[in-house]
Every structure is written in structure tokens, then in C-alpha cells.
Design a protein around this ligand. Structure first.
Ligand SMILES: O=C(O)CCC(=O)C(=O)O
Ligand SMILES: [Fe+2]
Length: 327
């Protein structure tokens, strides 16, 4: 099947030189090494996010309203400044305001509020996605084997609404591709009997390997939910299991349809892919890391559009979702 680097619905914004310059100025002021979780810094970033170049702010605002057929927005040409060597450690994080982290948080704040999970990477808000020595086959972002299509943290009641992946550096061969697949497109390829089964609570989902806790979705859940006309999706093809044979068949049908509509995108440095985690799945192709400080490196952020919805899970109203609701 032919693979493209552009999304079929054309949701890509390429920054002009003037826009990149404006962003460098804006985020340069924020990149002062302060802890990203500091409420004062976050407020400065919130204010800065109101002053993004209008075309960029408008694209983010439109994406927040409706993520389109592909459920993905690509922003290209973001100014990163000098990029240090790629870290090679599992659980490598960005805790402090660098230019790329400040950029990612500022753009995310146009969509909603960044969130972290206490049981994943210490609850930090900006994660490094890097290949880690000895973990090539790890079924998570530290690996370099193909990563199965998934909704991020599908097991969790407060999984992200949007996942942002900002490329700082691609792999040596330009082989690593971010894969996205829109459930809006895939569901149209399914017969109504299959859709009906996917709408029933006949599936369970475990926490992904990146969660230390071994949690599972408390109850069985539907894979398609909400509007009949335009359902949302909740599935991870590594961690979601059907509870009966007919449900397993329906899951296999959905997987086939998603593979058919899949888009592979090789991200370049300065490219940000925003994936609506309710509408699209994502994964990654294989690549060959060299562990020499110049491997592929993404920054990842999770966003909640309705921050208030997870309040019971966020002690003291912070950005970190704890292991359970605090009553
Ligand atoms: O490496 C990628 O392109 C995507 C990895 C991924 O699924 C993630 O970090 O959530
Ligand atoms: Fe992911």
C-alpha cells in the first residue's frame, strides 16, 4: 500500500520564517530553566499561548473544535534552537523549561491543559521518546520495533484527549514513521453488525508497559462509544482483549480497517503531530537506532480539553493524575 507523508484531509500548517521568528522570541522568554510544573511558569506559558502567531493559534483552535477526518494536525517548521545530544535512558524526561519544551507546552495550552500520570514517568508533563539500549523490542516508546496502533492509555478513564509529539531529531535513515489511523475513516469500512458489537462492553484493557502499576480498566468497556453518527474510540491492539469470540472477530475487523486507512509520517525536526486520542490511533514503524547521541528524539505531551473532568483524580488541582480518584 502506498504511504504518504501528508494527511489526506490536508491538516498541515507550515510555519513561515516570520512566524518561526515570532515563536523563537515568545518561547525564548519562557525557556529559562524553571520547573514546568511550577504554577507561575505555567501561567506565563498560558499568557504566551495567547500571543502565538494568529494562523497557528487559529489552526490549534480549529483542531480543538474538530480534529477532522484524520484526527491529526501537523505543524511544521517549529524553531527548536540548538538541540543537545539525544538522551538514551529509559524514563528520560523534560522537567525544566527548554525552548522545545516551552514551545510544546505553549501550543498545547491552546487546546487545553497538559496532564501527566503519577504512575507513568513520575507524572512529568513532557516525556522524551527515545530508543533505549537493550530495549529494542519493548512494546512502548523506548523500543525501535514496530509499535502497534493504540489509543494512548486506553485503560484509563482520564486518558489524554490529545497527544502531542514534537520531533527534535529523526533517526539516521529517516525510516522511523509515526503511524496514525482514523477511526472515523475505519468505521465506515465496517458492517453494521461489527459496529454494534464494538459498541458493547465486551472488551478489557490493561495498562501499557510504561505504567509501573499493572492496572487494568476496572470494568469491561466498549471500543466505540458516544455518538452513533461519529463514535469515539478506545482500543490498544496490544493491551485490549475481547471477552468472547464474536467480540474478538469484531476487534480483528476494526484492526484490518484501521490498517487500510493508516497514514505513515516521517517527522522532521521541528514537526509537531497533534493526535486526537478520541478519534485516531497512533503507533510507529521499525527503525535502527545507533545509540550514538544522534538517535531519533521526540518530546511528548498529553492534553485534556476539559481539565475539570479529572479534578477528583488530581490532588490539589495540579496537573498530575494520581492512581485513583481522591474522594
Ligand atoms: O515513536 C513514536 O512515533 C510514537 C510513540 C508513541 O506511541 C508514544 O510515545 O506515545
Ligand atoms: Fe503512544
Amino acid at each position: 500500500m502506498e504511504r504518504t507523508t501528508m494527511l489526506a484531509d490536508g491538516r498541515a500548517v507550515v510555519l513561515t520564517a516570520e512566524e518561526a521568528e515570532a515563536l523563537t522570541r515568545l518561547t525564548g522568554e519562557l525557556a529559562d530553566g524553571t520547573a514546568l510544573e511550577s504554577p507561575l511558569w505555567m501561567n506565563r506559558a498560558r499568557t504566551a499561548s495567547c500571543a502565538l502567531p494568529t494562523r497557528i493559534g487559529a489552526a490549534l483552535r480549529r483542531f480543538r473544535h474538530d480534529a477532522g477526518e484524520d484526527g491529526v494536525l501537523l505543524v511544521k517548521g517549529l524553531p527548536l534552537g540548538p538541540v543537545p545530544p539525544t538522551p538514551g535512558r529509559y524514563d528520560s524526561l523534560q522537567l525544566y523549561a527548554t525552548q522545545p519544551a516551552a514551545l510544546l507546552v505553549s501550543l498545547a495550552l491552546c487546546i487545553g491543559e497538559p496532564v501527566g500520570f503519577a504512575d507513568e514517568k513520575g507524572g512529568s508533563l513532557v516525556h522524551d521518546v527515545v530508543p533505549v539500549p537493550g530495549m529494542a523490542d519493548f512494546p512502548g516508546n523506548a523500543g525501535s520495533a514496530p509499535l502497534t496502533l493504540h489509543v494512548e492509555n486506553a485503560f484509563h478513564p482520564h486518558r489524554p484527549d490529545v497527544v502531542g509529539l514534537l520531533c527534535l531529531r529523526n533517526d539516521h535513515d529517516d525510516a522511523a514513521a509515526l503511524r496514525t489511523a482514523s477511526s472515523r475513516r475505519a468505521v465506515r469500512l465496517l458492517d453494521s453488525g461489527t459496529v454494534d458489537v464494538l459498541r458493547e462492553p465486551r472488551f478489557v484493557t490493561e495498562a501499557p508497559a510504561s505504567f509501573g502499576s499493572g492496572e487494568t480498566s476496572a470494568e469491561s468497556h466498549a471500543v466505540l462509544y458516544g455518538s452513533v453518527e461519529d463514535p469515539s474510540v478506545r482500543v490498544d491492539f496490544t493491551s485490549t482483549h475481547a471477552t468472547d469470540d464474536a467480540a474478538a472477530d469484531a476487534l480483528a475487523e476494526l484492526s484490518g480497517a484501521l490498517e487500510e486507512v493508516r497514514t505513515d509520517m516521517v517527522l522532521a525536526p521541528g514537526d509537531l503531530a497533534l493526535v486526537d486520542n478520541r478519534v485516531a490511533l497512533h503507533g510507529r514503524s521499525r527503525f535502527a537506532p545507533q545509540h550514538d547521541g544522534t538517535d531519533r528524539w521526540l518530546h511528548r505531551i498529553f492534553v485534556h480539553v476539559d481539565f475539570r473532568a479529572s479534578r477528583a483524580w488530581r490532588p490539589r488541582g495540579g496537573h498530575v493524575i494520581s492512581g485513583q480518584a481522591v474522594s
